[in-house]
Every structure is written in C-alpha cells, then in structure tokens.
Design a protein around this ligand. Structure first.
Ligand code: SAM
Length: 282
C-alpha cells in the first residue's frame, strides 16, 4: 500500500494557474480541468490505481495528475509547456518519489521503453495530437502492448468514432483499428463548461483495454485494408480495395458482396480479409 494520500493538502488549481501565469495556449491544445470530483471520476475509470504505474500526456497545471496520485498511482508525465514545470514540481514535492515529469514532446518519446509493461495511460489529451497518439498506441508492436489500459479524453465526435458500430456515419478506420486491437467503451461525456477555457464541443472519456489478437492476422495488413477501404469510403469495395493486391479476390472468395461500401463491413470481415491476404503472402 502506498502512504494514504488523504493527508496531502494542495492549493486550489485556480490559484496554481494564477500564481504560475498559466494562461491557456490554444496552439498547445490547452483546456484545463479544475473540478476535483470530475478528475477523481476520470482517475477511477482505469480501475484501482494503488501501486500502479501511469503514463500521462500533457499534465498542464496537474489536475488529472493530482487525481491519479491521490488514487495511489506513480505517475510519469510528459509536458511540452515549460511554464507548467514549476507547478508540477510543487505537486511532486507533495507526493515524494511518485511523480516524474519529462519536459518533452509526447510524439518524440519512446513511452514503451520508458514505462515498460503493465503501465496504464491516462490523459486529457491535447486535441491536436490525440488521434495520432491513439493510433500509435493501437498499432504498436509487439502485441500485447506495454499499456494495460488507456483512459483518454477526446472530442465526443472522435470518441464516438472509436466505439462506432458498422452502418453508422461514425464508423471508419479508427473504429476498426480500435475494435480490432481492444475492447473500447465510451465511459462518459464531459460538458464543455467543465474546461477552462471551454472548447467548442462536448468531450468524452474513452476506455480501452488490449484484446487478444487472432492468429494469422497482422496489424499491418488490417491497416492497409482500412486505409484503402475508408480512404474512398463512398466507393464500392471492389473499387476502393483495388490498390491492395489480392484484396478484391479475397473479398469474393469470402462471399462478401464487392459492391458493398467499407462502412457496412464489420470488424470481423476486415479481420477475415486480412487473414486471407496474410495467408497468401506467408
Ligand atoms: N491534464 C491537464 C488537465 O486535464 O487540465 C491539461 C490538459 S490540456 C487539454 C493538454 C495538455 O497537453 C497541455 O498542458 C499542453 O501543454 C500539453 N501538450 C500539448 N501538446 C503536447 C505534446 N505534443 N507533448 C506533450 N504535451 C503536450
């Protein structure tokens, strides 16, 4: 057990932001969360965090970081905005040995090597890099990945794409990648008024847990198929999949009507197609 954290008394986040002059930067995708109850609720999404290691992208003034530490986690956080470092150092002092802050760009970090296996990832992601990071964590090799779970804030529209079912307008490449690699759920929506400053749209927390991978199917082939199929989502599959050698023949061989469009194909069909292609090239 980590030392009970209830004894730690921290100044209000508004005071921390004012004292360190952390006016939100639009370029850095800064929309801060200040509501302690909401932050605790986000920190509960991964499950019990006592003694767990958590990787956080973009701690900013440290709202979510506080909640993760309070839940008993040891946190490694990467923040690009140097203005936030003194505020995070104060937080680290309040939880000795439990917070490491890395002054860098999350896109430039090898977080798998940094964290090692079994780490949870939790982040109120900067919107400009959120999808890129999610795709990176979903397509990482080898599998199972270093992360035990992802708890991530997205614009609600992106969250809905991640968990979308076929035959809906939200269903696309991101849905197939996420649902092939993980069990993905939309935990809850977060109203724009919860952020300072409020973003233009509603946000939502998504929770992803790695799924076991079916034998004989490579991530690379699933990626190639989804890129081709959804790159031209309005076209029939017999047209959009032409760029992937053998894909149209595989479609016909599996009894899938080649006049269908990508958005009607369930994840299992993309997996079956990938298995045929990988089998043919083995
Ligand atoms: N976690 C804080 C919260 O919930 O209030 C801040 C969230 S804010 C949406 C996103 C944070 O990510 C900002 O602090 C921003 O400076 C940081 N950030 C933006 N781009 C980044 C990058 N490429 N690498 C690391 N941090 C980044």
């Amino acid at each position: 057990m980590t030392t009970p954290s209830a004894a730690v008394v921290l100044p209000p986040l508004r005071e921390v932001i004012a004292r360190h002059g952390l006016a939100a930067s639009k370029a850095l995708g800064q929309n801060f969360l200040l509501d302690g109850q909401l932050l605790d609720r986000i920190a509960r999404v991964p499950g019990l965090l006592d003694e767990q290691r958590v990787y956080e992208v973009g701690p900013g003034p440290g709202g979510l970081t506080r909640a993760l530490l309070k839940a008993g986690a040891t946190v490694t956080a990467v923040e690009r905005d140097r203005r936030c470092l003194p505020a995070l150092a104060e937080l680290g002092d309040a939880y000795p040995g439990r917070l490491t802050v890395i002054d860098d760009d999350a896109l430039a970090i090898d977080e798998a090597a940094l964290m090692g296996p079994g780490a949870h990832i939790a982040s109120n992601l900067p919107y400009n890099v959120g999808t890129a990071l999610l795709v990176r964590w979903l397509t990482i090799e080898p599998w199972p990945p270093f992360w035990a779970s992802l708890t991530l804030m997205f614009q609600k529209e992106v969250a809905e794409r991640i968990v979308a079912a076929p035959d809906t307008s939200a269903y696309g490449r991101l849905s197939v990648l996420a649902q092939f690699r993980s069990t993905a759920t939309l935990a809850f929506a977060v109203h724009r008024s919860a952020f300072v400053p409020p973003p233009k749209v509603t946000s939502a927390i998504v929770h992803l847990v790695p799924a076991a991978q079916p034998a004989g199917v490579s991530m690379r082939t699933v990626e190639r198929l989804t890129a081709a199929a959804f790159g031209q989502r309005r076209k029939m599959l017999r047209q959009s999949l032409k760029s992937v050698p053998g894909a149209v023949e595989a479609l016909v061989g599996l009894g899938i009507d080649p006049t269908r469009r990508a958005e009607t194909l369930p994840v299992a069909d993309f997996v079956a197609l990938a298995r045929v292609l990988d089998g043919a090239s083995a």
